[in-house]
Design a protein around this ligand. Structure first.
Ligand code: AMP
Length: 372
C-alpha cells in the first residue's frame, strides 16, 4: 500500500518497516553502550504515539530496565498546537534513577519541554532524551536531544503508532501527508470470461476513464507481429501468463501514453502479486493510487460455457479449446485469485455479482464506482 486514505486525507509511504526497525535497533544499542554497565534505566514513553516504538525498543534493549509512560497531548488534527492539554504522570520513585525519555517524534519540542520541566525538579541521577523521529527544521527549543533515530522533513506523518485524528496508528510503516490524488483508478477483476471487457467498454464512457486491457494490447501486438507480440504469443496460446517483467513494462508504457486521463480501468492487470505491487508503486510515484478492486464474481461452470461461446466468434485461440480454458483458470486460481487478499488487506476489495444481464451488472458495478 503506497498511498492510503485516512478520513479525508491522503498519505504516502515515507519510511518502511525495515528502515524503522534498523533505526530502533541502533538507538537501543547506542543507549545501552552509553550507560554505565550495571545501570538499570527507567524508559519513559510519551503516550499515545510511542507505544509501538517503546515495544520494539524494549525488545532490542539488551539489559535490565524498567518501563513507564506519561501522557501529554499537543496535537489537534494535523496542526501542532502550543497548548498541552492532558497529563498522566509516573508514580515510580525516581530518586537517584537514570531516566530515558522515549518520544516517537519531536517537532517544535513543546511537548518535550513540558515533560522536561516535570522531571528536572525530581531528585533523579540523569535525564536523557531519545526520539525515533526528529524534525530539525521546526525544533525551537534549546533542550539537547541525546538520541535521534532519524531526521525527517517537516511534514505531517502517521503510522507506527502515530495518528491522524486517531486513524493510522496500526500502519506498520510511516506515511507522510500528500495532496489528494486526481485520478480514479479501478482494477476490474474477475476470472476469464467474467465480462470485464464488456463492462469496461460501458463504464469507461460513463465515468470518462481510459480502459487498458493487457490482453487486448497483447493481441494487438500479436496481430501486428511486433517483437512484444512474438514474445507474448507462445504464452497466450497455451493459456499461460506472460512473464511479469514484460507485462509490467508494457502496462507502464500504456499508462504513460495517456497523461491527460482522468483515471484508468485496468482490465486483466494486475494478475499477480508482483504486478499489483509494481502498479501501486508506479502510481504512487505520480501521487496516484488504486481507488478499488472491483471484482465480478461468476461460478466457474458458467464461465467455461461463456468462453466456449465467445470462442465461436472472437477468433481467440485461447477461447476455443476447453483444455486451454481450464489452464487459464488454473493460472487464475494459483496466481491471480490471491490478489483478492492483497486488496482486501488494503480494505479496497469490492465483490459484485457477475451473473445477470449486461445492464444489470453495469448497474451493480456503477453503485461501487460511484463510491470510489
Ligand atoms: P485476457 O484478454 O485478459 O483474458 O488475457 C489473455 C491472455 O493474455 C492471458 O491468458 C495471458 O496469457 C495474457 N495476459 C493478459 N494480461 C496479463 C497479465 N496482466 N499478466 C500476464 N499475462 C497476461
Amino acid at each position: 500500500m503506497e498511498i492510503v486514505k485516512l478520513k479525508d486525507l491522503y498519505f504516502k509511504k515515507y519510511i518502511s518497516e525495515k528502515e524503522i526497525a534498523q533505526a530502533v535497533k541502533k538507538m537501543a544499542y547506542q543507549i545501552k553502550q552509553d550507560l554505565p554497565k550495571d545501570e538499570v534505566p527507567i524508559f519513559i514513553g510519551i503516550l499515545n504515539g510511542c507505544f509501538m516504538f517503546v515495544g520494539d525498543f524494549i525488545r532490542e534493549y539488551n539489559g535490565d530496565c524498567e518501563v513507564s509512560f506519561v501522557k501529554l497531548a499537543s496535537y489537534e488534527g494535523t496542526e501542532t498546537t502550543s497548548k498541552v492539554k492532558k497529563l498522566i504522570g509516573v508514580n515510580e520513585d525516581l530518586t537517584n534513577r537514570t531516566i530515558v525519555i522515549l518520544e516517537d517524534v519531536i517537532d517544535t519540542g513543546n511537548t518535550l519541554q513540558e515533560i522536561y520541566e516535570i522531571f528536572k525538579h525530581q531528585p533523579i541521577k540523569a535525564l536523557k532524551i531519545a526520539t525515533l523521529f526528529f524534525k530539525p527544521d521546526v525544533y525551537k527549543k534549546e533542550l539537547h536531544i541525546d538520541y535521534i533515530g532519524k531526521n525527517i522533513e517537516d511534514k505531517f506523518i502517521v503510522g507506527y503508532g502515530l495518528d491522524y485524528d486517531e486513524y493510522g496508528r496500526n500502519l506498520a510503516s510511516i506515511y507522510q501527508l500528500t495532496p489528494a490524488p486526481k485520478m480514479k483508478n479501478i482494477v476490474l477483476f474477475g476470472p476469464p470470461g467474467a465480462g470485464k471487457g464488456t463492462q469496461a467498454e460501458v463504464l469507461k464512457e460513463k465515468y470518462d476513464l481510459m480502459h487498458i486491457s493487457t490482453g487486448d494490447v497483447f493481441r494487438f501486438n500479436i496481430k501486428n507481429e511486433t517483437e512484444l507480440g512474438k514474445l507474448a504469443k507462445t504464452y497466450i496460446d497455451r493459456g499461460d501468463l506472460v512473464p511479469d517483467e514484460v507485462t509490467i513494462d508494457m502496462l507502464k508504457a500504456e499508462v504513460e501514453k495517456h497523461t491527460e486521463a482522468k483515471g484508468f480501468i485496468f482490465d486483466g492487470f494486475p494478475r499477480t502479486i508482483s504486478q499489483a505491487e509494481a502498479l501501486d508503486k508506479f502510481l504512487a510515484e505520480k501521487g496516484e493510487r488504486i481507488n478499488g478492486m472491483v471484482a465480478l464474481e461468476v461460478p466457474q461452470d458458467l464461465l467455461v460455457q461463456r468462453l466456449l461461446e465467445r470462442g465461436k466468434t472472437s477468433g481467440r485461440s485461447d477461447d476455443q479449446d476447453e483444455s486451454k480454458i481450464r489452464n487459464r483458470f488454473e493460472e487464475y486460481e494459483t496466481k491471480t485469485a490471491p490478489l483478492k487478499d492483497y486488496y482486501e488487506k488494503q480494505n479496497n476489495y469490492y465483490g459484485v455479482d457477475g451473473v445477470g444481464s449486461i445492464d444489470e451488472i453495469t448497474e451493480r458495478l456503477s453503485e461501487v464506482f460511484d463510491k470510489l
